[in-house]
Design a protein around this ligand. Structure first.
Ligand code: NAD
Ligand code: MG
Length: 389
């Protein structure tokens, strides 16, 4: 095995988050296969220092510049390089010291470093779905140009990717993205209107960062994933279907043109898609708990309630219209979730804010990268001004 698996040097962008920490567990369990050469965090200096002392990377980045001195001092006895500030994320993404970037920063902030890594020919394990939602055409084009593989980490997209291994010549009829339905499955607007942040942060099946947990509760996460899937698998919008599957055992499915359906299954545990993306094209033995078909005895499926969870309608609209609309949707959503997490707006207000922002910011059919950045900024400013952030 060791001969067929040369050691892979991983750069974890967003190492202190839910995905980042689980990826470090995978790396720690496979020291003969992976090393962690880059660790980055926005605020959590304590955890970043701890991780750096454990994994001895080439370089760490602390986003918040006020914390630079503290991190630097804590690592003074090591040879770990310490950088700080937004700009250094791109500088580090261009370094030679790693082979694969795990893109696990949350939100639009992940776009620039990921683009830089692609330009430098680095393989990408992509957790940061916002990167593809915002500028999927440019990101995928650059990946092809630089012959860079983009391996999805998002469990649904990992499932589809796994179903497609060995099927490169076969046409996809459609994909079915499964959704847990989140904590408010079956609830109606008269209930949701009173939902507060702590309640929305309780997800039934997955333990994730705050932003994606709220996105799961509003179903925006599934909307973003529809757009992510379109770019990753080169699909037409009408080939992407969403089904609610509350048990989260089938992670997604592909239906081919002969009607045959392949599904990828397992217990909901992000370590599996993370490990798969890091090790691709290999699979690695592990001790993760296995799914037992005797419990839960039943796997169920239902249509999403798009009358209640209107974010899915907005996301579908932007999936079909394309251009800068998904970028606008994403920016407004980031502001909406930020405000909801600070108890500044209600649960249902998030959708209204996104809808208004999508109506306000001018549509551009084929944006340049700069136009995506401008649309993002304009959407954020407009959304923030409405709710007086
Ligand atoms: P998280 O909030 O737990 O962690 C985010 C990480 O990004 C942290 O290390 C943080 O320091 C860093 N970060 C935050 N803002 C930053 C900024 N402005 N600049 C630089 N770094 C910044 O998030 P997460 O749940 O780990 O999710 C990360 C990404 O993976 C998201 O795009 C999410 O949609 C995606 N994802 C997560 C899961 C999951 O189970 N958590 C599943 C599928 C996809
Ligand atoms: Mg997902």
């Amino acid at each position: 095995m060791s001969n067929s698996f040369p050691i892979k040097r991983i750069a974890l962008f967003g190492s202190t988050g839910s995905i980042g920490t689980q990826a470090l567990e995978v790396i720690a369990a496979n020291p003969d296969k992976f090393t962690a050469e880059v660790l980055t965090a926005q605020n959590n200096d304590e955890l970043l220092i701890k991780q750096a002392l454990q994994f001895n990377p080439n370089v760490v980045v602390i986003g918040d510049e006020r914390k630079y001195q503290k991190v630097k001092a804590a690592l003074a006895s090591t040879d770990v390089k310490v950088f700080s500030g937004e700009q250094s994320l791109e500088e580090v993404a261009a370094m030679d010291c790693y082979d694969m970037m795990l893109a696990a920063i949350v939100g639009f902030a992940g776009l620039r470093p990921t683009l830089k890594a692609i330009e430098h020919g680095k393989a990408i394990a992509l957790a940061n779905k916002e990167t593809l939602v915002v500028a999927g055409d440019i990101v995928m084009h650059k990946a092809v140009e630089n012959r860079v593989p983009i391996i999805p980490v998002d469990s649904e997209h990992s499932a589809i990717f796994q179903c497609l291994v060995g099927e490169t010549r076969n046409r996809i009829e459609k994909i079915v993205l499964t959704a847990s339905g989140g904590p408010f499955l079956g609830k109606k607007p008269n209930y949701l209107v009173n939902v507060k942040r702590d309640h929305a942060l309780q997800h039934p099946n997955w333990n994730m960062g705050a932003k994606i947990t709220i996105d799961s509760a509003t179903l925006m996460n599934k909307g973003l994933e529809m757009i992510e899937a379109k770019w990753l698998f080169n699909l037409k919008p009408e080939q992407v279907q969403v089904m609610v599957h509350p048990q989260s055992i089938i992670h997604s499915m592909v239906q081919f043109e002969d009607g045959s359906i392949k599904a990828q299954m397992g217990l909901p545990d992000m370590k599996l898609p993370i490990q798969y993306a890091l090790a691709f094209p290999h699979r690695i033995a592990n001790e993760f708990p296995r799914y037992d078909f005797r419990k839960p005895a039943q796997l169920s499926f239902e249509e999403p309630d798009i009358k209640t969870f209107r974010n899915l309608v907005l996301a579908t609209d932007s999936l079909f219209k394309g251009g800068n609309l998904p970028c606008i949707l994403n920016a407004a959503n980031e502001i909406a979730v930020y405000a909801f997490l600070r108890n500044r707006i209600g649960f249902l207000d998030m959708t209204d804010l996104i809808e208004r922002t999508m109506e306000q910011v001018p549509f551009i059919d084929k944006p340049t990268l700069e136009e995506y950045f401008d649309s993002d900024a304009e959407a954020r400013n407009f959304a923030a001004s409405i709710i007086k952030l």
